[in-house]
Design a protein around this ligand. Structure first.
Ligand code: UDP
Ligand code: MG
Length: 336
């Protein structure tokens, strides 16, 4: 018998090669969820695992009526898996987490409490993060850089134990972006976000799915998620080189006039000045191309031009606060 009619809470857990973690995860997760006293569902997405992840999930199915398993045809990546979970989720509140128990399930009630307080986006930051030094250092740098260039001030973009109201999750799922970094993008739609500390543990079993190259690609997804600043840097760099070239040229002319023709070494320095000006010009041209490409990029992604937070119409009974309704619509208006 399925008991998952109208869940309030949906857990979305992407899994790639997590066979070793499924039993320990479920042993800790389900008691926590049952203890909440809310109707819930757990959606696990097998993201093209090559081990027994899917078999293990299907073994759990008979004893866990709240479990839904989605199986991808191949590996599409953690964020794509989460998006599939968002689309499937029926709960009002949706919580994502990793399958390797790095996000302790015992922290879930904290996120639920934040939802109950009225927050619609529950971000988290990892306290006492249990990852190799290189990972922590790299992610610290990326967090700083992303805060700067995106203007979104999240403490920790990387922690995937996060909560979204269904309005936000469905909006993200509708967007159908191919390369997406969910925590960063969700901030676009949040009306009342909060960030809370959660504890972090070392991976229980198996190995991390992120090689250096995959991490790099993920970080680029994060950086390009919200900003065109990297493209604009080309323009700035070009301008700086060109200004340097022009100043150098002016200096050469001045020195030539003051010190005479013998000093000028057959114009070799002048060639350098011309070179800098040309290179600068090239970068400025790249930057301009980048501007156009960036605009096309934004258009293709279809981010809303604006998101309405609340509507207060003349008639008080007709006005509504979107955050207090169970509607999935938060009125995004796509750019044309
Ligand atoms: N994951 C996934 N698809 C991938 C990579 C990762 O579904 O292509 C899942 C993985 O099973 C885990 C979560 O995403 O539940 C985080 O991955 P992992 O623990 O390997 O990353 P790390 O903690 O090392 O950053
Ligand atoms: Mg992990």
């Amino acid at each position: 018998m399925e008991t998952k009619n109208a869940p309030i809470l949906s857990l979305v857990i992407p899994m790639k090669n997590e066979a070793a973690n499924i039993d320990p995860l479920f042993l800790r997760l389900f008691p926590v969820l049952r203890g909440l006293g809310l109707a819930f569902e757990v959606i696990c997405i097998d993201d093209g695992s090559t081990d027994e992840t899917l078999e293990k999930l299907l073994q759990q199915k008979p004893s866990c009526p709240e479990l839904t398993v989605l199986s991808f045809s191949r590996n599409f990546g953690q964020h794509a898996a989460v998006m599939a979970g968002f689309e499937q989720a029926g709960g009002r509140w949706i919580i994502t987490m990793d399958a390797d128990l790095q996000n302790p399930p015992e922290e879930i009630p904290k996120l639920v409490a934040a939802f109950q307080e009225g927050y619609d986006l529950v971000g988290t930051y990892r306290e006492g993060r249990q990852d190799p030094f290189f990972r922590k250092f790299a992610s610290d740098m990326v967090n700083r850089l992303t805060r700067k260039i995106s203007g979104v001030s999240l403490k920790d973009f990387g922690c995937m134990l996060r909560g979204y109201t269904s309005a936000i999750a469905k909006q993200l799922a509708r967007q159908k972006e191919y390369r997406i970094f969910i925590p960063a993008l969700a901030t676009l739609y949040a009306k009342n976000p909060v960030e809370i500390p959660v504890s972090h543990a070392a991976r229980t079993g198996g190995v991390s799915n992120y090689s250096f190259m995959k991490l790099l690609s993920l970080q680029l997804d994060l950086m390009t998620s919200l900003s065109l600043v990297p493209l604009r840097l080309l323009f700035l760099l070009g301008s700086a080189i060109a200004i340097f070239g022009i100043s150098f040229g002016v200096l050469l002319i001045a020195l030539r006039l003051i010190l005479g023709a013998t000093w000028a070494a057959q114009g070799i320095f002048t060639l350098f000045a011309v070179l800098f000006i040309l290179i600068g010009g090239q970068f400025i041209a790249f930057g301009l191309l980048g501007e156009y490409i960036g605009r096309i990029f934004q258009e293709v992604r279809g981010h809303p031009t604006y998101v309405i937070r609340d509507v207060f119409s003349g008639n008080p009974t007709a006005s509504f606060r979107a955050s207090e309704t169970e509607s999935n619509d938060i009125s995004p208006i796509s750019s044309t």
